[in-house]
Structures are given as C-alpha cells and as structure tokens.
Design a protein around this ligand. Structure first.
Ligand code: BDR
Ligand code: CA
Length: 312
C-alpha cells in the first residue's frame, strides 16, 4: 500500500491528451494505475495506438492501457482529426509501440480498479464519456468508490467549440455525458471556456519544446500540426484543454475561483445538442452536482506543463 493517490485516466489521445498524460507521468504524488481509452479525437484504433506509443516514449510501459468503446452509446459522431491529424498524433508516421493493449475492456477495468482503490481513486476523464457511462450502466455503485472525479468537457455559458453551444467531448456522446452527469453526485469540471481563459503563448511553448528530453522531442513533433492550426485559427495563444484539466486534477489548490451549480446535458436541442446547461440561478431546484473551474493559477499551470516536457 502506497501513500500515493491512485489515478485512473480515461482519454482519447489526441495532442492535448498527450500533454496531460505527460503531466500525469511526471507527478510524484499520484500513482497512475491505468489508462482507459475512448474514441473521440480520432477512432479507437488510433487512440489506443497513441496511448501505447506515448507510454513507450516516456518510459512508462508499466502503465496498463485498456481499449474501450469504439462508438458513442447511441448516435455516430464526427471526430476531431482536423485538429489533431488523421491519426490523432499529427501524422508524423511514428513506429507503433512494441506493446499492445490489455485484454480487459476499459469499462470493466474502470470498475475493477474502482474496487481495488475504493474511496481513494482520482478518476480523470479527458475524452467523450462513453466508457464511464458504460461502466455506470454495468455497476451504478461506481460513484461511491471514486474519491474525486475530474472531467474536461462542456462550455459553462454555452460558448462551445465544436458547435455554437457545445464542447467536443460532450457533443461527441451526449447520452454518455447525460448518464455520467446524472450518476455522479459531484464532479469537478474544467470546461472549454476555462481553457480559453488559460492559453499559453505559442512563443513560450516553442521554447519549452526545445528541452533536451525524449518527451519534448516527441511532443514537439506530434503537436506541430495542431499548434499551426491553433495559431492560424485562434491567434497567439495555444489552448491545451486536457492539460488544464490535468493541472486541476493533480494540483487542485491551484484553483483560484470555483463555482458550484447544477449541470445537465442537452440531448434534444436542434442547435444545442450536447450543450452543458448550467443552472446558474438554481431555478430548477436540483442539487449542485458540479464544481466549475473558473480560474486557475496560470503560472502554476505553465510550470507543470514545462516540467512535464523537460522530464527525462
Ligand atoms: C476536448 O476535445 C478534444 O479535441 C480535446 O482532446 C479535449 O479533450 C476539447 O474540447
Ligand atoms: Ca481529449
């Protein structure tokens, strides 16, 4: 038994997922007990392949990787290859990792690990919530064993990124998000609007990526396409959504402003499907189920990212 906090990450790597994973690899106060892999940014074959490769590059082949659901629960969805590259890792043509994924399905691994680390588990979701929703359908008692649950997703005042009102992770599988937001009595949400408020300068990131580490070298290559896309479409700051969520997960005391409110998922709207509806005025009488990250210590965030890239 270790004093470290057991950390389980559900992720769809993805360029910003990769940065978040490097931050988790670099953290000494958490024990990474597994990566469960979702489809999202690109198809499941690629997201699994990318997770395995990142572990190899970082020398973290001790971390088991579990493949999850290849499709959203109900409706097909469009991926984000236009941001992350067709293979999700910038199309650099890397050699696949020597290791393969575990035989166990991600949803079953989530449940098993929640028992093994009952009451202590930090669960972090960086992609669509399909695997976690499936785990909840298999065993609705899951939330009772999770100590803290951090989700990257949503847009708390409906300034979305994939549609006018919705953020990608939620919009990719709104039914899964609905299941998850209904089942967990409390979750910590790092939404897209917080991400937009915590961009780092491309010029600064470019210097971090010059670090003499295999992690920085690899990350520089896989993020190139995304960074160019981001500079063209969003300007001088680069926004790494999953990295901000990971900073909040690993070092919650870096949060400088939080709000607690009821949050529900819009499933039916023709223009708003996948939106996270925050009941700011608590008009519906439902209990607060989400703690919303409004502001995080920017310096702390950037230091965490820089350290993760420079790690040998
Ligand atoms: C989220 O969508 C994905 O493209 C990113 O990896 C991140 O998890 C941001 O909306
Ligand atoms: Ca992601």
């Amino acid at each position: 038994m270790t004093d470290k906090i057991p950390l389980l990450i559900d992720t769809d790597p993805g360029v910003d997922d990769a940065l978040a994973l490097l931050m988790a690899f670099n953290d000494t106060r958490h024990a990474l007990v597994g990566l469960t892999i979702a489809a999202g940014n690109v198809g499941l074959d690629h997201t699994v392949r990318n997770a395995l490769k990142l572990c190899e590059v970082a020398g973290r082949e001790d971390v088991p990787v579990y493949a999850g659901c290849a499709e959203p629960l109900l409706h097909p969805a469009v991926d984000a290859a236009h941001v992350h590259g067709l293979d999700g890792f910038g199309d650099i043509g890397f050699e696949p990792a020597a290791r393969g994924a575990e035989a166990e399905h991600a949803a079953l691994a989530i449940l098993r690990l929640s028992h093994e680390h009952a009451g202590r588990l930090l669960l972090v979701a960086l992609g669509p919530l399909t695997n976690i929703a499936l785990a909840l359908k298999l065993d609705p008692s899951l939330p009772g064993r999770v100590h803290r649950f951090v989700v990257m997703g949503g847009a708390v005042t409906a300034h979305g990124n994939i549609t006018a009102a919705a953020e990608f992770n939620i919009a990719f599988d709104p039914e899964a998000a609905h299941v998850v937001f209904q089942a967990f009595p409390r979750l910590d949400l790092a939404d897209w609007e917080a991400v937009i408020a915590h961009g780092f300068l491309h010029t600064r990131a470019a210097t971090w990526l010059q670090a003499e580490s295999s992690r920085a070298r690899f990350y520089d290559r896989i993020s190139m396409k995304t960074r160019n896309w981001s500079a063209d479409s969003r300007g001088e700051r680069w926004h790494s959504a999953d990295a901000l969520a990971m900073a909040y997960a690993l070092e919650p005391d870096g949060a400088q402003e939080l709000a607690e409110r009821p949050v529900a998922i819009e499933l039916a709207g023709t223009l708003t499907r996948g939106a996270t509806i925050v009941d700011w005025n608590r008009q519906h009488g439902r209990p607060d189920n989400a703690r919303l990250l409004m502001r995080y210590d920017q310096q702390r965030f950037e230091t965490l990212v820089q350290a993760a890239l420079a790690a040998i």
